[in-house]
Design a protein around this ligand. Structure first.
Ligand code: HEC
Length: 155
């Protein structure tokens, strides 16, 4: 039994270590700090409300793409970290969490890619930074730790 607990603990530790330090991990990911006032303008400019609902925002002039818009903000099963929020904007087809078949059908095309419009060819990096600065406080996500000098000394 002791051996089992030992092996179990070691594998848990190895898994945790892999999650936080592996080459695929978001550790070290840091965008510069954005401007949320500008981010709000980006949100309106790219007509995110055509498919999304965000508390306090509506644009009746837009043609809505879904009967029930995809909600943004709050506690989301998909977005739980800053890195995931950025990912869902620049790589919407990257599946972060398993979903029910009904939701999957609504939000994905037949080939499995997301119905979300891809903005990567039109949105500037600065717009993305500001947009994420605007959206992040609407989510219940762990805030990013911006790169501060001296951070790497600890490692
Ligand atoms: C054509 C429709 C469409 C437009 C326009 C669109 N989205 Fe999306 N978006 C989606 C769909 C559908 C999903 C769910 C996608 C999925 O998970 O496959 C989604 C998911 C997201 C998510 C993750 C949702 C969560 O909280 O779980 C974020 C964040 C997001 N979109 C941000 C944006 C932003 C910001 C814009 C504007 C720049 C935008 N979207 C424009 C359709 C759209």
């Amino acid at each position: 039994m002791k051996a089992f607990i030992f092996i179990f603990s070691v594998s848990v530790l190895v898994t945790l270590a892999a999650c936080s330090y592996g080459p695929e991990s978001p550790k070290g990911f840091s965008l510069p700090e954005g401007d949320l006032v500008k981010g709000e303008k980006v949100f309106i400019k790219y007509q995110c409300l055509a498919c999304h609902a965000l508390k306090g925002y509506d644009d009746a002039s837009l043609i809505k793409e879904f009967d029930t818009p995809v909600p943004l903000g709050g506690t989301s099963a998909v977005v739980t970290t800053y890195a995931q929020l950025v990912t869902s904007v620049i790589n919407p087809s990257h599946k972060l969490a398993p979903r029910s078949h009904a939701i999957e059908e609504k939000v994905s095309k037949q080939d499995g890619s997301s119905k979300m419009r891809v903005f990567n060819d039109v949105m500037t990096v600065q717009e993305l930074i500001d947009l994420v600065a605007f959206l992040q406080p609407k989510y219940d996500v762990k805030p990013i730790t911006y790169t501060h000098y001296g951070q790497y000394r600890v490692m």
